[in-house]
Structures are given as C-alpha cells and as structure tokens.
Design a protein around this ligand. Structure first.
Ligand code: BGC
Length: 348
C-alpha cells in the first residue's frame, strides 16, 4: 500500500513508498482506511530534517498525525465498520511517569512518550492503519470532509481547558480573548473562544487572503497592527505564532489577573532585548499567568470532537484551503502563501 515517508534528520528524503507493508495487528485491533491527513508546521519541520524520529531500528518514518479514516473492521465492537475515526497522536512513556500512568500523556514528565508520525511511531499517511480502541476517537458522520481538523482542535481544546483550570484559582469572569496568529491553530482557538461567548480579537500580519474573512465569519475582529499597538486589555491571550516579538508583546498585553497561553513551538536561536525585571514586576502586581501547552489527552480529543460537531461546517471547510491527491504529495508539503490547512486526500 502507499505511504508518505521520510528518513528523519535527512532533508530531501520525503518519498511516496508504493509497497509499504500492511499495518501489523500489534498496532491495534481496529483496522482503518485512510480518508485524509492534514499537514502542519511540525510535518514541514520533519520534512526539512530538523525534527522527527523513526521507530526504533527503522530508518523511515511514515508521516502524518492529523488523521481522518473510516473503520474497516473492529473485532472489539467498540466502533462499527463505516464509522469516522481519528487516532490520538501521543502514547504514554513506558516507565511510566506519574502523569502518563493516569493517561495524562500530554503532560509527560520524562520526555519518553512517543507520537504517531512524529516521534518513534509510524503516522497515518498510509492507506490503512490500525489503532487500539483507547486511542480511537469517533467523529460525528457530518464531519466527513473536515474531520482531519480534530487533531489541531484537540490541541486548542487542551489549551482552553487549562486556561479554565488556571482561571478557577479565583473569581474568573473573562470577557475578551486575543488570539495571535490566524493559522489553523489560531483560527480553531478563536472558534472555541467564540463558543465560550467571549469577545474575540485575532491578530495576524496578513492583510489579504482568506484569513480576514474567516475571522469575521466567526463574529470576531481581525487586526494586522503589532500587538503592542492594540487598544485592548484581553483577559486571555492564546499565542499561536511562536514568533519571539509577538510572544513578548502578548505577555505584556494581557490585562490584570489575565492568562497567556503559549502554543506556538518557536525555533529558538534569536535573542531579543527584554526587560525581565519590569515584566516580572507587572506579572506579580497583576497576578498574571503565562503558561505553555502542547498535545492533548483523550478527554481533550472528545471535547474537540464536540466543538467541531457544533461548528459551522462551511466555515470549517473553508479552513481547508488545498486538498491534494496523495500522488501530488510533493506539492502538498510545499508551503504556498494563502495556505491555511493543506490536506492529503486518500479518496481522490
Ligand atoms: C502536534 C502535537 C505534538 C507536537 C510536538 C504538534 O504538531 O500537534 O500533538 O505533541 O507537535 O511533537
């Protein structure tokens, strides 16, 4: 069967393999036929050779962690043939650390977790894959064309869950959210913010392309000025760019008792001048919180599945700006301006 693979650490090693082996039964009882896989910045980083790890003893890694598939068979009876399904990305570390031991693999403490299509486990960009019931998340049948957005939605569902839990340390009645970056993560974070009834502002540097209309389609306000020039004091900031200046400005912009959640994986290596003393002083005097958030556990995947099912399906479809047949994989992994979410389509 066909599979899109790389040799992690080696640039220019992206290949469509035509005779990849069928998924072994040890991968899980549920056999799934791939419908689509979304591509994100992490995939592009792996393709560039900067990130990613093949399974132990192997030299190639099947890409893909934003899966959507249809169940072919499930001898456990958990799912029915024909059901839409996505596979959870991360698996607990083998020690396991205290968090992984209670299925909070998204909070792994020793870094020995594995991730499908990223770190030590083959991904979902192959015609068929297998999964254990515990890691198989069913999707509403209405999500057949956008279900590959479940994984990025799980990431923002976790971010909002942790914002709520941090907020609950005292009286917490947030009104306004600022989302920095209108890529898929930023737009999905904005969707969840509007579903919570917040007044939402989204900031991005793009003045053209689909982003301004997508933001307005949520009833949110689109800004293109630098964060520091915004005339608002958000209760919550969800930072989705990872760009150092935006991260710092976002941390300084949040209102008193506010919460800043960092979700963008910055590349590092670019030092900028920063007055840590003034920042610390305002954090202390205003009881502010800055925290990082990555990945998601099963509870977040289920929250995300609900959020997508409640979302406007035409808005969700508009996030998918390119659907590329698997044979055009090279094109799919090449970033184009105006891309929001690019999807490899196994049905085309
Ligand atoms: C994925 C996460 C993963 C992270 C780090 C992101 O692209 O969405 O699930 O934990 O990369 O590997």
């Amino acid at each position: 069967m066909r599979a899109v693979t790389v040799s992690p650490g080696m640039p220019d090693s992206l290949r469509l393999v035509e005779d990849w082996p069928e998924p072994p039964t040890e991968e899980g009882e549920i056999l799934v036929e791939a419908l689509a896989v979304g591509i994100c910045g992490t995939d592009l980083e792996i393709v560039s050779g900067a990130y990613g790890e093949a399974p132990p003893g192997q030299d190639r890694l099947v890409l893909g962690h934003e899966a959507l598939g249809r169940v072919l068979e499930d001898p456990t009876g958990t799912l029915r043939p024909g059901d839409l399904v996505a596979g959870v990305v991360r698996r607990p570390d083998p020690v396991p650390c205290p968090n992984c031991a209670v299925d909070e693999w998204d909070m792994c403490r020793n870094g020995q977790y594995t991730e499908h299509g990223i770190k030590g486990l083959h991904g979902f960009t192959r015609e068929r894959w297998r999964i254990q019931p515990k890691y198989a998340v069913p999707l509403d049948p209405a999500l057949a064309s956008v279900g590959m957005l479940l994984e990025p939605t799980s990431v923002v569902a976790k971010a909002w869950d942790h914002i709520d839990q941090i907020g609950a340390r005292a009286l917490w009645q947030p009104q306004t959210a600022l989302i920095t970056g209108a890529g898929p993560i930023g737009l999905l974070a904005a969707l969840l913010a509007t579903q919570r009834g917040l007044t939402v502002h989204v900031l991005d540097r793009n003045t053209t392309g689909p982003k301004p209309d997508l933001v307005r389609g949520l009833g949110a306000t689109y800004h293109t000025v630098p964060v520091a020039e915004l005339d608002l004091q958000p209760d919550v900031v969800v930072e989705c760019t990872g760009a150092p200046v935006v991260v710092l400005d976002a941390m300084c912009k949040v209102g008193p008792t506010g919460i800043v959640c960092l979700t963008g994986v910055s590349s590092g290596g670019r030092a900028i001048d920063f007055d840590a003393g003034a920042f610390s002083r305002s954090m202390v005097l205003e009881n502010s919180v800055v925290f990082g958030s990555v990945n998601a556990n099963r509870r977040h995947w289920e929250l995300a599945a609900q959020a997508l099912a409640q979302g406007d399906q035409s808005w969700l479809n508009a996030l998918v700006t390119r659907r590329v047949p698997v044979s055009g994989y090279l094109d799919a992994y090449t970033h184009a301006s105006d891309d929001i979410k690019v999807v490899l389509d196994f049905t085309a």
